[in-house]
Design a protein around this ligand. Structure first.
Ligand code: NAP
Ligand code: HSE
Length: 443
């Protein structure tokens, strides 16, 4: 693997210090630097080399930094200071966003310098192109921290489960969204307060819309699909629903029926085709993923040989994410063979064969807001019957103040296509006073 040394392989092997050009010194960059300083002897014992952060790229040189990332570290606001420094062996990109990291990473790869990044947005949107560039230049492009923070899912799919065909992956992949839903469920916080707390704790993206609208989880799912299925699922073909419209009343009603609301990312393989998406679901309270609370992430997957595997850990935050970045740096520092960037021999993966997501079958939760009048329940159930949706449970709540009342239906399995058609018809009834809330139920 090319670490960017000017000399030959012998010189690489003999090099005792690996110099890191760190682009970004925020939550994750600081975490990485702390672990490197704290665990230096341990790292040396494992890879035989010392890691040194020699250059640090930031946006604002005037910001007060209370922590210095190493004895040699020099700060700059010019990316070229990292890219043109011949002593830097590995570029670590922890800035976030698209344009600036794209420029830094492509310039580094073109020089044959290996790159470590936590940037799932960039990999989801431009991964194929970057992996091809890395392969052309025999450089490593490693990204363990890009999915599920500290949870080692990338290496697990690339190496440990490489012999398995993965049948399905269901993941809680966004710590911020999971934290918000947990705070709303367990502490009764409202959405805005829970989001503010997630931001204070450093879980959220610079633009939290990415977290709450499901986009960040979808970026991560795109990366997992590549690793698990060796196919490139175009990001803009992925159905994505977030949690910004989740209401306390549905969390509470779901709880009465024995369900917990979670944002999940899911891909399922069916006869060589992939069904994938990100959406909120109701999970039975005894489902193994229902217990994953707070900023924790978890991935439940099925391999055709290994069966079910579940990984669980902190999906965000300074030290957990820094831990994953460090693992990649150590792998690059240790390994002089060809890089294993995608987990497949092809650097550029073929386009995914996609199954229409509306053909997916789930059980469903509906909350209608309706006027409390004769004939309403029979009209609702009539439409359900028309679209082959069979009702399993139905409850109407009273409203002491008068006016509209909530009616909840839980259904047996039905195709999403039929559900969407039924919802369209139901929402046009004059007795329906607010848009119907619908969630899939995952059993
Ligand atoms: P962050 O706290 O916002 O830090 C960003 C850093 O990048 C800051 O040091 C900032 O400089 C620097 N920066 C921003 N724009 C820049 C520019 N145009 N030129 C040079 N430097 C620039 O971000 P973070 O939370 O550490 O996230 C970094 C990456 O890791 C993102 O891709 C994120 O998605 C990913 N990630 C984060 C987590 C997490 O828990 N936070 C977990 C997994 C993955 P200043 O210090 O001067 O502002
Ligand atoms: N904003 C992300 C999350 C950070 O909340 O999961 C980890 O990727």
């Amino acid at each position: 693997m090319n670490l960017g040394y000017k000399g030959g392989r012998r010189e690489q092997m003999e090099k005792e210090i690996i110099r890191i050009g760190l682009a970004g010194f925020g939550t994750v960059g600081t975490g990485l630097a702390r672990i490197i300083l704290e665990n230096q002897d341990w790292i040396k014992r494992r890879v035989g080399k010392k890691l040194l952060i020699s250059r640090v790229l930031v946006r604002d040189l005037n910001k007060v930094r209370t922590f210095i990332p190493g004895p040699e570290a020099r700060f700059t606001d010019n990316p070229d200071d990292l890219l043109s420094d011949p002593d830097i062996d590995i570029i670590v990109e922890l800035i976030g966003g698209i344009e600036v990291p794209y420029t830094i990473i492509t310039k580094a790869l073109k020089q044959g310098k290996s790159v470590v990044t936590a940037n799932k947005a960039l990999l989801a949107l431009k991964g194929n192109e970057l992996f091809e560039l890395a392969a052309q230049n025999k450089a490593g492009l490693y990204y363990e921290a890009s999915v599920a923070g500290g949870v080692p899912i990338v290496q697990t799919l690339k190496e440990s489960l490489a012999g398995n065909k993965i049948k399905s992956i269901t993941g809680i992949l966004n710590g911020t969204a999971n934290f918000i839903l947990s705070e709303m469920t367990l502490k009764g916080l409202d959405f805005e307060d829970a989001l503010a707390r997630a931001q204070e704790k450093g879980y959220a993206e610079a633009d939290p819309t990415l977290d709450i609208e499901g986009l960040d989880a979808a970026h991560k799912l795109t990366i997992l699909i590549r690793l698990a299925h060796g196919q490139d699922y175009p990001f803009d073909s992925l159905p994505i629903e977030g949690i910004s419209k989740v209401q306390a009343i549905d969390i509470s009603l779901a709880g009465e029926f024995g369900y917990t609301l979670k944002l999940i990312a899911r891909v399922k393989e069916k006869s060589g085709y992939l069904q994938a998406g990100v959406f909120p679901v109701l999970l039975p309270e005894d489902h193994i993923l229902a217990k994953v609370d707070g900023p924790f992430n978890s991935i439940l997957l099925y391999g055709n040989a290994v069966g079910p595997i579940m990984l669980y850990g902190q999906g965000a935050g300074e030290l957990p994410t820094g831990s994953a970045v460090l693992a990649d740096i150590m792998a690059l520092a240790r390994d002089n063979s060809e890089p294993n960037n995608t987990g497949f021999l092809e650097p550029c993966l073929p386009r995914a064969r996609i199954l229409d997501p509306e053909l997916t079958v789930y059980e469903h939760y509906f909350r209608f807001t309706v006027l409390d009048r004769p004939g309403v329940l029979s009209a609702l159930s009539g439409v359900m019957g028309e679209y082959n949706i069979s009702i399993a449970q139905a409850v109407q709540k009273t409203n002491p103040a008068g006016g509209s009342v909530p009616v909840v239906f839980l259904t047996h399995k039905a195709q999403l296509k039929d559900v969407y058609a039924a919802l369209k018809e139901i929402n046009s009834f004059s007795f329906v006073t607010a848009p119907t809330v619908h969630y899939r139920i995952l059993t």
